[in-house]
Design a protein around this ligand. Structure first.
Ligand SMILES: Cc1cc2nc3c(=O)[nH]c(=O)nc-3n(C[C@H](O)[C@H](O)[C@H](O)COP(=O)(O)OP(=O)(O)OC[C@H]3O[C@@H](n4cnc5c(N)ncnc54)[C@H](O)[C@@H]3O)c2cc1C
Ligand code: FES
Length: 278
């Protein structure tokens, strides 16, 4: 029987410095070494992988690349503690461990024909990047697309160059923001939920997906409800501490729901029922 905890060997093919400073973010492009395993590996937007550094530890990360990229996966990692700091010190060509994919995913097939609004903050843009890339690769299947994304300052915007490129296209509407005024910034200034109200997407035939810090998600959901979005049209991801990733260790449960297995993607309707709200 296969050991579900045994990682595959993966090589770091590329490293992108997304954000510097204390809360630095790097995107690592990982390529599984074994050709057969690599060819059989598949995932859906919203799923996660466990990445390990031998002798240091392992951590769960949202997959930030699109399933349409077959040869590699990308994870965007914020420097936080022991493992993420060691991953930030890793170099191109280093070998890491990788296992997964874990969890459910965004319902991209159910959303065909709908308008999509993505609302992200900080490193929360990582899982959204996967689904946005997927939808752009299948652009004809979806209606209007809005991306509302913000960070503390222009230096803290993750995937900046990519978002600036998307801004120039006429088949997607990108609305960037930073929290405080900055010389040369001519886009929105203020918090992400306020930018959402300014954009005011119509809830009609629209799915809203939000990922980011819990406080941002709380206010984004509040504003979406105010705009008339019903709870079953709002989706988010939960980030609980995880160990096994396969529903065995009981580290990540909320009631009888295992975030690693039943999540990390939940509709607001589901979250209300998990919390016992009507
Ligand atoms: C489903 C999911 C998706 C995630 N996606 C991303 C992502 O795309 N990018 C990213 O930068 N981070 C992501 N995280 C958070 C990332 O796993 C933590 O930052 C990381 O585990 C911290 O480990 P550390 O050793 O650097 O920190 P330490 O503080 O040294 O970790 C100590 C222990 O706490 C756990 N831990 C600490 N913070 C978290 C956290 N926020 N969530 C879960 N476990 C934590 C660690 O696994 C470890 O067991 C995700 C977490 C989950 C559960
Ligand atoms: S991480 Fe072990 S049950 Fe979810």
């Amino acid at each position: 029987m296969n050991n579900p905890y045994k990682p595959w060997l993966a090589i770091i093919e590329n490293i992108t410095d997304e954000v510097g400073g204390e809360r630095a973010i790097k995107t690592l492009r990982l390529k599984v070494k074994d050709k057969k395993i690599r060819e059989n590996f598949s995932f859906k937007p919203g799923q996660c992988i466990m990445v390990s550094l031998f002798g240091v530890g392992e951590c769960m990360f949202a997959i930030a690349s699109s399933p349409t990229e077959k040869e590699y996966v990308e994870v965007s990692i914020m420097r936080h503690g022991k493992v993420t700091s060691a991953l930030h010190d890793a170099k191109i060509g280093d070998t890491l461990g990788m296992r997964g994919p874990y969890g459910n995913s965004f319902n991209v097939d159910d959303w065909i024909g709908k308008n999509m609004v993505f609302i992200g903050g900080g490193i929360g843009q990582a899982p959204l990047r996967s689904v946005i890339h997927y939808i752009m690769a299948n652009r004809k299947k979806y209606d209007r697309i809005d991306v509302i994304y913000g960070a503390r300052s222009s230096k803290d915007l993750c995937f900046k160059e990519e978002l600036f490129e998307l801004e120039k296209r006429n088949d997607i509407n990108v609305h960037l923001s930073i929290d405080k005024e900055e010389h040369g910034w001519d886009r929105f200034v203020g918090f992400v939920p306020d930018n959402l109200l300014k954009v005011s997407p119509s809830p009609e035939n629209t799915i809203a997906v939000t990922c980011g810090p819990p406080i941002m998600i709380k206010f984004v959901i509040e504003k979406l409800l105010k705009l008339g979005f019903p709870p079953n049209q709002i989706f988010t991801t939960l980030e609980m501490r995880m160990k096994c990733g396969i529903g065995k260790c009981g580290r990540c449960n909320i009631g009888n729901v295992y975030v690693c297995k039943d999540g990390p993607v939940f509709s607001y309707q589901q979250l209300k029922s998990i919390k016992g709200e009507k």
